[in-house]
Design a protein around this ligand. Structure first.
Ligand SMILES: [Cu+2]
Length: 161
């Protein structure tokens, strides 16, 4: 009698532990979903994809080049998609020319110094005034907003002949 009771009690405990786990994972999933919805609604930055990095493939700091200047955009641990395409670990490239002021909690404006590649381009050709220029890539999300933390390439300084 006592044995049977103990068994029933243990079984009930085990069942409730599973139910708890199941409830917890549902709750976690709901939390993640709610967070995603809140992020889009409030325009908060999305978490940066794990290990995401961007870099300029074909030029390095200190290079001297002549116009037209070809730039190839490199990306690790994330994917390129046209602007407006939502999904995990995807976004598009932005080129920062000569250190523009940045507000990383707002969608990036399109200016002479902040070029968007919303078509999902992975290269561009620039015509720059002779002299020194800095170039840096910023990989941002579908709504042109930086990830948190920002996925920025090393900044390079080039001289245009
Ligand atoms: Cu953009």
């Amino acid at each position: 009698m006592l044995k049977a009771l103990t068994f029933a009690f243990t079984a009930a405990l085990a069942t409730s532990a599973i139910a708890q786990d199941w409830k917890k994972s549902l709750k976690d999933a709901a939390k993640v979903q709610a967070q995603g919805q809140m992020e889009s609604k409030l325009g908060l930055a999305k978490m940066a994809p794990q290990g995401a990095a961007t870099y300029i493939i074909n030029l390095k700091d200190g290079d001297t080049v002549s116009n037209p200047v070809l730039l190839l955009f490199g990306l690790k641990n994330a994917g390129v998609a046209p602007a407006g395409t939502q999904g995990d670990a995807i976004g598009h490239h932005h080129l920062l020319i000569d250190d523009p002021a940045l507000d990383l909690v707002q969608p990036l404006p399109a200016t002479e110094q902040i070029k968007h590649f919303g078509g999902g381009q992975t290269e561009t050709t620039l015509s720059l005034k002779p002299g020194k220029h800095t170039l840096q890539l910023l990989f941002a999300d579908w709504k042109h907003q930086s990830f948190n933390p920002a996925v920025l390439s090393p900044k390079i300084t080039i001289t245009v002949k």
